[in-house]
Write a protein that binds this ligand. Structure first.
Ligand code: NAP
Length: 287
């Protein structure tokens, strides 16, 4: 494999950034990787795990001379990170991200790019509920989708390079308009996380004769709520940044729950059967 990137800077060497670095190293596509972050302990992990060749807490120093910068910090911090590194970017540098919300990030980051540098918005559809460099692994993206969200301002060559890199990780690249991305992921990712957090919240504070009801939970509850163990800061940021689309999704879900509640309240056996059968058909149809 020929080297495609001489110096890759990863800002936020956690699950997403660490896994991308590992996958591109395994593919032989990058010559050197510099890991940039806030806490020394996580960066030391990244170094000792062989994810990075160098580590630094100084982002300006880290991005100097990089031909590609990948930003994988919580979404509300992404524009601030880009604003900070912009003066140190080398001409021709491509900046891309893995953030789970796209409209605001793409708009703000495109506007922050110095002339001759290019921003490409991205979102790999892969993850776990675990965080940090130690949680990353090279095969995370294999067989998963990665959405890229170009606009009319996106440099075509930069987009092509980012798409080729994601394909090297085993990901299937999809191109989508940022707003369309945010509406889809509000429904299929941000809403389920909000519901899981709300459900655990409700059950965790439920008062059933003073019992700790969570101690009785079994497979179903645990399967359904696994994602409520995800990083709260990451999900706080996603909820804030995709506020409008998420509120619409929550309203849709509230109507659905209200409908279910009504059918239970009425003792509507046929109505319940129909409700559960329709949902089962949707669920069984997911490939
Ligand atoms: P993570 O494992 O917690 O990694 C984030 C890393 O960023 C941490 O190592 C953290 O280390 C560092 N960091 C946090 N704030 C920072 C800042 N302001 N400046 C520099 N470094 C900072 O999180 P992740 O799961 O990789 O998620 C990263 C991004 O990927 C998020 O934007 C998320 O929306 C997106 N994403 C996540 C998933 C998922 O399922 N996890 C899937 C797709 C996309 P320090 O605290 O030491 O700085």
């Amino acid at each position: 494999m020929t080297i495609m990137i001489e110096r890759l800077a990863i800002i936020g060497v956690g699950l997403i950034g660490g896994s991308l670095a590992r996958a591109l190293r395994e593919a032989g596509a990058v010559k050197s990787v510099v890991g940039i972050g806030r806490s020394r302990a996580n960066l030391e992990d990244a170094l000792s795990l062989g994810i990075c060749d160098e580590i630094t807490q100084d982002s300006l120093e880290g991005v100097r001379g990089a031909d590609l910068v990948f930003i994988s910090v919580p979404v509300c911090s992404i524009p601030a990170v880009v604003a900070e590194i912009a003066p140190a970017l080398a001409p021709g540098c491509i900046v891309t991200d893995g953030g789970s919300v796209k409209t605001a990030i793409v708009r703000e980051c495109e506007a922050l790019m110095p002339s001759g540098c290019h921003f490409v918005g991205g979102h790999p559809i892969a993850g776990t509920e675990h965080s940090g460099a130690a949680a990353s692994f090279a095969t995370l993206y294999n067989g998963k989708r990665c959405i890229l969200t170009p606009t009319e301002r996106t440099d075509k060559a930069a987009l092509d390079l980012i798409a080729r890199l994601w394909r090297l990780t085993g990901a299937d690249v999809c191109i989508m308009e940022p707003g369309h991305h945010d509406r889809i992921f509000a429904e299929i990712s941000h809403l389920p996380h909000a519901v899981a957090y709300a459900l655990v919240h409700a059950v965790g504070t439920a008062d059933v004769e003073g019992e700790n009801v969570l101690s009785y939970t079994a497979g179903g509850f645990r399967d359904f709520t696994r994602i409520a163990s995800s990083d709260p800061v990451m999900w706080r940021d996603i909820a804030l940044m995709n506020r409008e689309a998420l509120l619409k999704s929550i309203d849709g879900f509230s109507s659905s729950l209200a409908e279910l509640r009504q059918r239970i309240d009425r003792g509507d056996s046929d109505g319940l059967n129909e409700f559960f059968t329709t949902a089962k058909q949707f669920r069984d149809g997911i490939v």
